[in-house]
Design a protein around this ligand. Structure first.
Ligand code: GDP
Length: 424
């Protein structure tokens, strides 16, 4: 059973929370793209955890966790994240954590490049998380990336690193005027953090292929949402990788296998961190009330997120891009304070309404067409079945289900593991 859990929106849909819940029935959880640029918050009986690189399955004892070849890994950050989890009593061994030998290492100079470029752009900035993700993916495609497997042969790594740094200094030092990168320092860095990870690095594609053939249950955990996919998202305000489910078998290392199921995680309202077009955005008091109600501050960066009502146009597009078979609607409880719930049902572009998600300049110009649905004004966080829900909440779910044309299988009504409803 191969299942992908992916985001339908702009990210921060609560994927980590759903993976934590659903991983009970899986043997393996794999991250297939991205790096430490996003943060999954997971709250369960063992505590509150923010996971940046680690698959959310790490919090379950029986789950084997994999960082796939499609990822970019900041090895210092990973060592720190592992140490933090271990100090909270989470077991991490080469038995339950495996790192792909084809994953690319996100180096300190990628972080530097990211910061230097965002600073240079000033008010034209993209809203990067400044964790080096765009520069490291760019280097991957320029074939100047360092793979984790190279940590096993330090002599050849050092000579490759020397060549890379000679080239990198052309932009870092000669271009941006920042301090020259030193070979000795970068090499020491790779040894310091890379050596600690050696026992975990292996051919995870081989491992997963065998596991899939043995009928093991494998879950693919996405980071970010469909609208941040480099091809299908709001380019250039996207991430630098493919976040969509179709990429999961590739980024995990088993392109020879097909997914059995895609579960799309979709938020009951909208949130978006960083710059870029966000048509359904609510401003002023309406926006701040929703932001506070939903605690919409970035888990990785603490940045306040932009918020808006549920966006039918963008979400239906997200469902299509992900090829979602079923959906989990999250954070429905957050809307309980509203008398009238805003839902963006169409976009208006140059005086014409559309329900198709536009691209480029058209998207920049789009204005939201809002309708208001009746709220339920009751705390729903302890509802555990559809029949526990107030009628208006039920109507809201059914409306959304029809609007995006995909069945809603789970409804999350709180951040804790058991705060959810499985639709009958
Ligand atoms: P992810 O990156 O998609 O995993 O999402 P984040 O972790 O960035 O953001 C989701 C936030 O909402 C986290 O703080 C979760 O603990 C919280 N959360 C998830 N589902 C629910 C829910 O149904 N209700 C409430 N109140 N909080 C939720």
């Amino acid at each position: 059973m191969l299942t992908a859990i992916t985001g339908i929106n702009w990210g921060d849909e609560g994927k980590g929370r759903m993976v934590d819940l659903l991983s009970e029935n899986y043997d393996i959880v794999v991250r297939y793209q991205g790096g430490n640029n996003a943060g999954h918050t997971v709250i369960n009986e063992r505590g509150r955890f923010i996971l940046n690189l680690m698959p959310s399955g790490i919090l379950r004892e029986h789950v084997i966790n994999i960082l796939g070849n499609g990822m970019v890994i900041d090895i210092k950050h990973l060592c720190e994240e592992m140490a933090k989890l271990i100090s909270s009593g989470i077991k991490i061994t080469p038995e339950n954590l495996k790192i792909s030998d084809r994953a690319i290492i996100c180096m300190p100079y990628h972080v530097m490049q990211d910061i230097l470029e965002e600073d240079r752009l000033a008010d034209k900035k993209f809203g990067s998380t400044r964790r080096g993700i765009a520069p490291v993916y760019a280097d991957k495609y320029l074939k100047k990336g360092i793979r984790t497997s190279e940590l096993f042969d330090l002599d050849s790594l050092k000579s490759r690193l020397a060549d890379i740094l000679e080239w990198k200094n052309l932009s870092i030092n000669k271009g941006y005027g920042a301090e020259m990168l030193s070979l000795e320092e970068m090499y020491k860095y790779l040894i310091e953090y890379g050596t600690k990870l050696l026992p975990f690095i292996c051919d995870t594609g081989l491992f997963l292929d065998k596991a899939a053939k043995e009928g093991k249950r494998i879950m693919f955990e996405a980071q970010l949402g469909a609208l941040r996919d480099i091809d299908f998202g709001i380019y250039p305000y996207t991430s630098s990788s493919n976040t969509i489910a179709a990429y999961a078998p590739i980024g995990a290392g088993i392109p020879n296998h097909k997914l059995d199921k895609v579960i799309g995680i979709m938020k009951a309202y909208s949130s978006c961190v960083g710059e870029g077009p966000f048509t359904c955005e609510l401003f002023g008091e309406k926006g701040s009330e929703l932001r506070e109600a939903g605690s919409e501050y970035g888990a990785a960066t603490g940045r306040p997120r932009r918020v808006g009502g549920f966006d039918v146009v963008a979400s239906r597009y997200g469902v299509r891009a992900q090829g979602a078979d079923v959906l989990a609607l999250t954070k429905l409880d957050i809307l309980s304070y509203l008398d009238k719930i805003p839902v963006c049902v169409a976009y208006e572009i140059d005086g014409e309404q559309t329900t198709d998600f536009p691209v480029g300049v058209k998207l920049e110009k789009a204005k939201p067409v809002y309708i208001y649905m009746d709220g339920w004004n009751t705390d729903i966080s302890s509802c555990r079945s559809m029949s526990d829900l107030p009628e208006k909440a039920y109507e809201y779910i059914k409306y959304i289900e029809k609007a995006v044309d995909c069945p809603i299988e789970y409804i999350s009504v709180g951040a804790e593991r058991e705060q959810y409803i499985k639709s009958e």
